[in-house]
Write a protein that binds this ligand. Structure first.
Ligand code: CDV
Length: 308
């Protein structure tokens, strides 16, 4: 048995005016709870340090720049790294990254038990749009504020397991799980900020949004015989509601822990990485069963092409 006790640290809303320092203090409360519960790893959401700023149309470059971290750790997040190191707890969280060259990514990092960053992922599937869209109930400007990730979907050996990350909208794409599945991934962690209503279809509300979130992660877990931990930033941010529904999914696709509310909330489960072995050596033994000669469209083609 290779058990990793995982804490999914769902976070409630972060208002625009809330400082990084105040948010990090909330993260430390969750981290302390997780350490008390015996967690080896704590998973925080996408863009965990700030409000979900891509909902705002901004033109002032200084205002835009204020949302990005130019180094990690930095002064605001150092207390989180220090506390994680003291507990011997690995952590992962998302933030807006600005590189020394000025490139901007929606990023998440993974540490080991000593607080060293051992993995970095940059979100590949950026939803939304890059120009102001008057037809939407609210904006989703990730394509304006980030460029698509340039690191692919790596996996890392950490806590005696193969771990990988993705971020929010990535969880809806089967290719994401399979890229990591083909590297033997045993645990995929991800954070999300998912509005409770579809900005282009007011009839698509909370129930359907939660269903699709579950469906994506449970399918990804089962079809790759891996654990999946998905953690929300939830609640109402400056009038804009985000779903909760943080879950831990086992390699059979069953939800083994689920957040009840939309605030700061820890879910915990002891995840045995050896539970991945059965699926990986039987029905999803990729080497024996995949038929790549029939999959060429998946990388050759982006959109639908109807047969002539
Ligand atoms: N932050 C996200 O990537 N949100 C998307 C919304 C816009 C659909 C998501 O897939 O949850």
């Amino acid at each position: 048995m290779r058990e990793i006790v995982i804490g999914g640290a769902q976070m409630g809303a972060i208002q625009t005016a809330e400082s990084r320092e105040a948010v990090v203090a909330r993260m430390i409360v969750l981290l302390d709870q997780a350490a008390k519960a015996g967690c080896d790893l704590v998973v925080f959401p996408e863009l965990a340090l700030t409000t979900f700023f891509p909902r705002w149309w901004m033109e002032d470059p200084a205002e835009v720049a204020s949302w990005y971290e130019v180094e990690m750790p930095n002064a605001a997040t150092a207390p989180l790294f220090n506390r994680a190191r003291q507990h011997g707890t690995a952590i992962t969280f998302g933030y807006a990254e600005q590189t020394p060259e000025g490139r901007k990514f929606n990023t998440s990092i993974l540490t080991d038990r000593s607080g060293q960053i051992v993995g970095k992922y940059r979100k590949v599937h950026l939803p939304g749009h890059s120009d102001y869209d008057p037809d939407r109930a609210f904006q989703h400007l990730e394509k304006r504020y980030f460029e698509p990730g340039d690191l692919g979907f790596p996996v890392w050996r950490n806590l005696d397991a193969w771990m990988g990350m993705c971020i929010c909208n990535d969880r809806r794409w089967p290719e994401v799980y399979r890229e990591m599945g083909l590297q033997g991934v045993e645990l995929i962690t991800l954070g999300y900020n998912t509005p409770s209503v579809n900005s282009q279809d007011s009839a698509e509300g909370l129930e359907q949004r939660l269903y699709h979130s579950d469906l994506s992660m449970t399918a990804g877990a089962y079809q790759n015989a891996a654990w999946v931990v998905g953690v929300a930033k939830a609640g109402v941010e400056d009038g804009h509601p985000l779903i909760g529904g943080s879950i831990i999914v086992d390699p059979n696709g069953y939800v083994v822990a689920r957040a009840a509310g939309e605030g700061d909330e820890l879910i915990v489960h002891g995840c045995d990485m050896d539970l991945c072995t059965f699926g990986k050596t039987t029905i999803f033994d990729f080497a024996r069963h995949r038929r790549t000669e029939h999959y060429s469209r998946i990388t050759a083609q982006t959109g639908v092409v109807l047969p002539e």
